[in-house]
Write a protein that binds this ligand. Structure first.
Ligand SMILES: [Zn+2]
Length: 452
């Protein structure tokens, strides 16, 4: 599929620094939003230790709101898990490159010392002759509870419940660590802003690949795939998308992630969204919500009789058949896929190629809606996965067809008016195919039920 792709030039060091810095601020503000929600809840993070000669010790901890506290921990995990590119140690090393100013370098040394204390935890805990460190506890609880599957997480939680002193100590160290590192990050952000320290500005021409304007504001980096179903590595650099289009597109993306089949796959495999919230999806008969990265609740708005029964599978786990009632508009799906498609053309073949007049009808469709003289194929079967990827088949003579796998939901679009998305027997068998030149495209050959 990719044979005709031109080699992509590796980003320069300055470009890498620009992107890294963008990621850092972006993820910090995301964590900050959750932090603000959390501070509005009644109660504080607190930890209590009581020692009693007869009964021994008793440890309790308190969080303002378990659900929001978990979301906060998930949003902070970008900075706290060792294998994340934004891991706080890697972050501090990278920030050193921003300025040689001695005051700034001294500031970073102080921050580093402070961080080392924070990693040890707010209070010294020795267990089995070994010190319980906050950074280790964070990794342990994250991998065994927050990011583990249901069964392993339940087993681990049981173990913690059977030993409440250790369990409460660990949870307390865990949330304390999230809070402390968040405070350190706030201090860093404040310092950088106050002293106007930032990566070298790259002299890049502003030219929007969607509206083709060269003036106006171009202040942001554009995520090719919507963040909540995101692949965090596909970005259009600053200067490629104007702020105006960015705003219009993000509204469109909101409708897209809330529609089927995206809302469904997002519930099972999506990550924390823009505001740090765990995904949820509302249909007229059921409300699904992720309450932690490994648990989902379902609320039915109908009689108890129609609540589905889960059947246990011999290989472990459960199978559940859900019926959802919802509106379905293929244009909402298609326009966002077109937007991603044009972004991929810009990344793979360069911005000049994305600005070619052959993509003008696609631009018009993305920004203003209406119709498009080509087809959209949505595969009937999804193979849920936690990755999103896009493959472009770009060929000047044979049109631009793009294949998407978004958390397992699969689509094909034709980004140019011609030739039409091929409809062979095999594809019709596997996919619903919609004519996008119609107001209300119905799947070709037979009808599809409005429930799935
Ligand atoms: Zn624009």
């Amino acid at each position: 599929m990719d044979e005709k792709k031109q080699p992509i030039e590796a980003p320069s060091q300055d470009e890498q620094l620009e992107l890294f810095f963008y990621h850092f601020k972006h993820n910090f503000y995301r964590a900050e939003q959750v932090y603000k929600r959390l501070s509005k809840k009644k109660g504080n993070f607190s930890f209590k230790l009581e020692l009693n000669k007869e009964k021994g010790g008793k440890v309790s901890y308190n969080v303002p709101d378990e659900q929001t506290a978990k979301e906060f921990a998930v949003s902070m995990s970008r900075f706290l898990l060792p294998d994340s590119s934004l891991n706080i140690d890697n972050l501090l090393r990278t920030l050193q490159q921003l300025s040689t100013d001695t005051e700034y370098q001294d500031f970073l040394i102080n921050v580093n010392q402070c961080l080392n204390k924070v990693k040890e935890g707010q209070f010294p805990v020795i267990m089995n002759n070994k010190q319980l460190r906050a950074d280790d506890v964070f990794v342990e609880l994250s991998s065994n509870v927050l990011f583990a599957n249901d069964i392993d997480a339940a087993k681990y939680l049981d173990k913690l419940r059977n030993d409440p002193i250790t369990g409460n100590l660990k949870w307390s160290l865990y949330y304390g660590y999230c809070l402390d590192v968040f405070k350190i990050l706030s201090i860093i952000i404040d310092y950088l802003e106050k002293h106007d320290i930032h990566p070298p500005r790259i002299d890049r021409k502003n030219h929007c690949i969607f509206c083709k304007m060269t003036d106006g504001n171009f202040s942001s980096v554009e995520h090719v795939i919507p963040e909540s179903i995101g692949n965090e590595t596909l970005f259009l650099p600053r200067g490629y998308v104007c702020d105006n289009c960015n705003t219009r597109i993000s509204k469109l993306e909101q409708d897209f992630v809330n529609s089927l089949p995206i809302s469904m796959v997002k519930i099972f495999f999506g990550s924390v969204g823009k505001k740090g919230k765990l995904p949820s999806a509302k249909f007229s008969n059921v409300h699904l919500q992720r309450i932690s990265p490994n648990a989902i609740t379902m609320r039915y708005h109908v009689g108890a009789k129609s609540i589905p029964k889960a059947t246990e599978l011999p290989e472990g786990g459960y199978k559940l058949k859900l019926s959802l009632t919802t509106q379905f508009n293929p244009h909402i799906i298609a326009r966002v896929l077109f937007k991603m498609g044009l972004g991929i053309v810009a990344i793979d073949r360069g911005r000049e190629e994305a600005l070619h007049p052959r993509y003008d009808p696609a631009r018009e469709y993305i920004l203003n809606g209406g119709h498009f003289p080509n087809r959209l194929a949505i595969f009937k079967e999804s193979h849920p996965s936690n990755v999103s990827k896009i493959e472009g088949a770009i060929n000047n003579k044979e049109g631009t067809f793009i294949y998407f796998e978004l958390l397992g939901a699969r689509f094909i679009i034709g980004l140019e008016p011609n030739p039409k998305n091929m409809i062979n027997e095999q594809l019709l068998d596997q996919a619903y195919v919609f004519d996008l030149w119609k107001d209300k495209p119905e799947p070709l050959h037979g009808s599809v039920k409005r429930t799935s």
